[in-house]
Ligand binder design. Structure first.
Ligand SMILES: [Zn+2]
Length: 94
């Protein structure tokens, strides 16, 4: 289970049933939004000189607190990158 899924589970946005992860509608949206914020801010910190790992670790502390709209503004400011420093797509498709 990914780290993000574990955190969503803690917040009650997803539930586990017989080993399967069930995302509620709100959970799915939250997953996409937090992922976008995470990857946007990771890109920013990486460009500011942090390593990928440092950037990831720091962003985990607040990615679930920042709005998607704010992260989208920062992405725009950075020239709308398609991927994070790990090469993952910033926008998760539905
Ligand atoms: Zn990360």
């Amino acid at each position: 289970m990914s780290d993000l899924l574990k955190r969503l589970l803690d917040k009650g946005l997803i539930t586990k049933k017989g080993g399967m992860v069930i995302l509620s509608r709100d959970g799915e949206e939250a997953y996409r939004d937090i992922t976008l914020v995470h990857r946007a801010m990771e890109t920013l910190l990486f460009r500011a000189g942090l390593s990928k790992e440092e950037a990831c670790r720091e962003v985990k502390e607040f990615d679930y607190l920042m709005s998607r709209e704010t992260a989208e503004r920062i992405l725009h400011l950075m020239g709308d990158p398609d991927t994070c420093p790990h090469g993952q797509p910033v926008v998760v498709k539905e």
